[in-house]
Design a protein around this ligand. Structure first.
Ligand code: 5GP
Length: 252
């Protein structure tokens, strides 16, 4: 399927016009960045793994009635998605303290939270995606109160789904980030889960050993990132057990 003009290039993906109006081709790169792109590398096979894993999660979500932008995977690195207007927020759900929350509130990494906590960050790399409150979101018009109710409900449904799927393969879902898009069916607006869901945007720890299987492996120099993502894919059955761990690009 021919892709059209490049629309946008981000840190981990490139977006192209899709073959039909209202569609986008999302291409997953091997580039890894952390700390607002201060740390950068190219990790062989990461894009292939994230394309497959994001497909797996998005398809699972739509099977339980959570709307997403995903239409179909096109090949090893590309998927067709619905064009949507991205709400400029990173929606973060946390089940255990880690990362910026541990730093900000002085809570030890891995502490179970009394209930899932949802946070919002304003999507702006030049500002380092700052934490914002619903007051900021309403006052600056990034989302309406109705949108915020829908976003909270979507975020918690994604959390229940992902946490359950991960628990089933011996992985603890520490936290994750999603993005939400608006799609229009005529005059009617719906919110959908957009962007990607992959180990780039989640924290995943092995339940038994506590081993990290997500982008913190890259952020904290804990080992080979492709091996960690391949492990997640194998456990979920997204890659056949026999697939060579170091060459995920051979699997379509
Ligand atoms: P933290 O706020 O602790 O750095 O991140 C919380 C969760 O959201 C982690 O799972 C992290 O991977 C994800 N996250 C936060 N910001 C970004 C981002 O800009 N890009 C991606 N891919 N994930 C993010």
């Amino acid at each position: 399927m021919a892709r059209g003009k490049k629309i946008y290039e981000g840190k981990a993906k490139v977006l192209y016009e899709g073959p039909e109006p209202g569609t986008i081709v999302q291409y997953f790169k091997d580039d890894a960045t952390a700390f607002n792109a201060e740390k950068k590398d190219v990790i062989d096979g990461k894009g292939v793994l994230n394309n497959r894993l994001s497909e797996y999660f998005m398809v699972g979500l739509s099977q339980i009635g959570v709307p997403t932008h995903f239409l179909k995977r096109l090949n090893m690195r590309e998927q067709l998605v619905r064009n949507c207007e991205i709400i400029p927020l990173e929606v973060i759900v946390r089940n255990y303290a880690a990362g910026s929350m541990s730093k900000r509130l002085g809570i030890e990494e891995g502490t179970q939270l009394p209930r899932p906590i949802v946070e919002y960050c304003y999507k702006d790399d030049s500002l380092g995606d700052p934490l914002v409150t619903e007051e900021h979101i309403a006052a600056f018009g990034w989302a309406s109160q109705q949108d915020m109710d829908d976003i909270l409900s979507l975020a918690l449904r994604v959390n229940d789904f992902l946490a359950g799927v991960m628990y089933g393969v011996g992985i603890k879902l520490i936290d994750f980030k999603i993005e939400i898009g608006r799609v229009y069916d005529g005059d009617f607006q719906r919110l959908v889960v957009a962007d990607e869901i992959s180990p780039d945007s989640c924290r995943l720890w092995d339940i038994e050993s506590g081993k990290k299987l997500d982008k913190d492996v890259f952020r904290q120099d804990l080992g080979n990132l492709t091996d960690a993502y391949t492990e997640v894919a194998h456990r979920l059955g997204v890659l056949p057990k026999s697939a060579p761990v170091s060459k995920p690009t051979l699997i379509n």
